[in-house]
Design a protein around this ligand. Sequence first.
Ligand code: BES
Ligand code: ZN
Ligand code: ZN
Length: 429
Amino acid sequence: MHLTISSIPAEWFWGEKALLSTNKHVMTIHLIDNDPLIAIQKAGRIISKQGIREIALIGDAWNLNRCWAFWQGFYSPKKESCITWPILLDKDRKELNDRIKVVDWVRHTINTPADELGPEQLVQNTIGFIFSIAKNDANYRILAGKSLLDNRYLGLYSVGRSSDRNPVLLTIDYNPSGDTKTPTLFCLVGKGVTFDTGGYHLKNSVFMNSMKSDMSGAAMLTGALALAICRGLKKRVQLILCCTDNMINGNALKAGDIIHYRNGKSVEVMNTDAEGRLILADGLIDASLIKPKFIVDCATLTSAAKIALGNDYHALFSFDEILAKELIKSAREEHEYFWRLPLAEMHRCHLSSNFADISNVTYCNSTITAGASIAAAFLSFFIENYRCNWLHIDCSASYYEKEVEKWSAGSTGLGVCTLANFLLAKEKD
Ligand code: BES
Ligand code: ZN
Ligand code: ZN
């Protein structure tokens, strides 16, 4: 099948403002008064749903971003596809290939069932993928199972100890200078929960069904680092992934348990389903010890962010006005969607505990609270200088349970390009 783009409306019998028309072996996308990239992505999805898996993009109306929009919509988690791309400038062709390689990995990894992708597999896949791109410019360190306890990574250990599969902390040090004294520009800290049952605060089945995707933050940051390296990143970046299941057994976390973190903070666990913040705390303590210029964490942390923004935007939180604006700018340049939600000192006051320094959730069940902002505030207790140079992203746009006009069911890969762009923008500062 051939696919072309036209700015002329389809003939009347295709219906008013028809997006697509067909003539023998050629389909046409009609761009009239619609946003071209959104229209092309929707067309990609419609064509994919028809079962067409081989397609050649023809004509000269295609460019890098239009090809990319088509790929995003055409992607299917169930079927391979074969797209013949139009002629593009060499640099655009390379960028398109890099985006496909990276985002395909991210989407596939997130869509993989939890049974096939536990913490250990996630870590091994991540190492394999990053090293296929970074070659000799990176090193890694793994801490797993009992070693986490021995080294006092007690958030990650406590959440992970109730699974038959060991929790794992992965640190990948991308350092093209090869000099261990080189300062680190970014620490990227990702939530890699390979399945979130909620623990003893068990999720109901509707909410549990998509929880294989609770490692989206880790996958998204891996993709961002990989794409930034493809685009020529030369500064040192450390990726810290906190990988675990959140399960139930006789040794699981219980309500009221207290975790004593390495930074001196104690946390009373008042909800075992707020596990993301418990494991990220360990990653953020490590990040603070490294003393990078910037810390960015990504996590599917709250359903509250999804309630606020749907699946359309990732939620951004920061005390740092300038840095937040720069991230939004990076997103706009990549045609991706991020929306800033509030994070202020007042949110840090909602975590009081009767038995520890803080609780992992707001105690009182009867009032409605700003769940996503309070989750972000919780993380701030584990960052030395939380008011500057730190961004938290609650990945509300990474996964659709059902397909929609623009996206197949499953992972979107949204955010990878924005974060890659942001890493490179700050490298040049
Ligand atoms: N992984 C979930 C958040 C989530 C749910 C992300 C659905 C995407 C879709 C997280 O671990 C969680 O369960 N958070 C709780 C926190 C609450 C207990 C304060 C939530 O948001 O319900
Ligand atoms: Zn949870
Ligand atoms: Zn979770």
